[in-house]
Design a protein around this ligand. Structure first.
Ligand code: PHE
Length: 342
C-alpha cells in the first residue's frame, strides 16, 4: 500500500511538471483525485489492512492527496498568469521619468543668478487692469506707445477706478504692485507669463514669458544697472559675454536702453544667427521714470531705481540653439527630454 502511494505521488509529480495547458490540469485532476481514481478509493483498501498498518497508511494517503492537490493548484495559477499575458521572462515596461520644462530651467537659472546678486523673487498677476498695465507705468490711455503693447482685454465689466481688465502684456505692472505695498530699498525679480495678440510663427507666440527686475534705493544710478546686467550676462551665458547698451524709448524708464549680448554662436564675429552683426538683442531696461515713482508715492527727489525686462523664450532659444518658439509649447517628448536635468 505504501509503495503504491509513493508510486502515485511520483507519477503525479512528473505529469504535473510537464503540463502545458489548463485543460491538461483538469485531466490530471480527474486522473489522480477524481471519483474513480486510486486515491479516492484507497480508504477501502486501508480498511482491509492489518490494524497496526492502518494509521501510517491513512496518514500517507492524506499527505499524498494534499501534495497532488497543491501542485495542481500552483501549476494552474502560473498557467493562468501566462494566459493573461504576463510573461516574467519579458523585459519590463520602461519607467518614464519626468523632468522640468526647458523654460522652467532657464527661469530658475536666471532667478538664481539674480538671487545671488541680492534680488528677491516674487510673483505677479497675469490678470491686470489698464491702470497697472499702462497708466501707472506712464503710458497714457491715448498715447501711441500703447500700440507697442497690444493687449487681450477680458470680457468683464471695467473697474470704476482701474479701467478694463486684461491679460498683462508685460511683467512691468508687477513693479507697481510691489512698490505700492513696500518701501525702498527694494531689489526684486518677477518671472511670469505675458500675453499679446500676435500671430503665431517661428518667433512669435500669443503667450510667452518675461522676467522683470528692478531695484529702488537712494542714489541708484545707471552704472548699477549696467553692473548688474553685465554680471547677469557673464553668469547666464559665458564669462567672456560682452553687453552693448543702445539708446531706446520706454514710457516707464528714462533714460532707456535696449541691451545686446555678443553673439553666443560666433562670439561676435558675425554669423547667420546674429544676422552678421555679432550682437543679439535680449532685453529692455532703463532708470525708472519719475512719474512711475510718483504713481506709487515714492519721492523721486529722494529715491531712484532701475528696471529691466527680458523675454525668456528668446534667451532659451539663443542659449540652446532652438529655431522655433512653437517647440516650447508642442509637448513633443523628444524635444523636451533633451533638457531634463537629472
Ligand atoms: N516691459 C518692457 C517690454 O515688455 C521691457 C522693459 C521692462 C523695459 C523694464 C524697461 C524696463 O518690452
Amino acid at each position: 500500500m505504501l509503495n503504491k502511494l509513493k508510486e502515485i505521488s511520483e507519477q503525479a509529480r512528473q505529469a504535473i511538471n510537464s503540463v502545458q495547458t489548463i485543460q491538461q490540469i483538469r485531466d490530471l485532476q480527474t486522473r489522480f483525485l477524481g471519483r474513480k481514481s486510486f486515491l479516492a478509493n484507497a480508504s477501502q483498501s486501508i480498511a482491509s489492512l492489518a490494524p497496526e498498518q492502518r494509521p501510517l497508511a491513512g496518514k500517507t494517503l492524506n499527505s499524498v492527496k494534499k501534495e497532488i492537490f497543491s501542485l495542481l493548484e500552483e501549476k494552474q495559477k502560473s498557467l493562468q498568469k501566462q494566459e493573461q499575458g504576463i510573461d516574467i521572462s519579458l523585459p519590463g515596461f520602461p519607467v518614464e521619468i519626468a523632468g522640468s520644462h526647458p523654460l522652467t530651467n532657464v527661469i530658475n537659472e536666471i532667478c538664481r543668478v539674480f538671487e545671488d546678486l541680492g534680488f528677491e523673487v516674487q510673483q505677479g498677476s497675469e490678470i491686470e487692469t489698464e491702470k497697472y498695465n499702462f497708466q501707472a507705468l506712464n503710458i497714457p490711455l491715448d498715447h501711441p506707445s500703447r500700440d507697442a503693447f497690444d493687449t487681450f482685454y477680458l470680457q468683464l465689466p471695467a473697474d470704476r477706478t482701474q479701467g478694463r481688465y486684461l491679460l498683462r502684456s508685460h511683467t512691468s505692472p508687477s513693479q507697481i504692485r510691489i512698490m505700492e505695498k513696500r518701501k525702498p530699498p527694494l531689489a526684486v525679480v518677477v518671472p511670469g507669463k505675458v500675453y499679446r495678440p500676435d500671430n503665431v510663427d517661428a518667433s512669435h507666440s500669443f503667450m510667452f514669458h518675461q522676467i522683470e527686475g528692478f531695484a529702488v534705493d537712494r542714489e541708484i544710478n545707471f552704472s548699477h544697472l549696467k553692473g548688474v546686467l553685465v554680471e547677469f550676462g557673464r553668469r547666464v551665458f559665458s564669462a567672456d559675454t560682452r553687453l552693448r547698451f543702445r539708446p531706446h524709448f520706454f514710457p516707464f524708464t528714462e533714460p532707456s536702453a535696449e541691451v545686446d549680448i555678443s553673439c553666443l554662436l560666433c562670439s561676435g564675429k558675425g554669423c547667420p544667427v546674429c544676422k552678421h552683426s555679432g550682437w543679439l538683442e535680449i532685453l529692455g531696461c532703463g532708470m525708472i521714470h519719475p512719474n512711475v515713482l510718483r504713481a506709487v508715492k515714492i519721492n523721486p527727489a529722494k529715491f531712484q531705481g532701475f528696471a529691466f525686462g527680458m523675454g525668456v523664450e528668446r534667451i532659451a532659444m539663443l542659449k540652446y540653439g532652438i529655431s522655433d518658439i512653437r517647440l516650447f509649447f508642442s509637448n513633443h517628448k523628444k524635444f523636451l527630454r533633451q533638457f531634463y536635468e537629472v
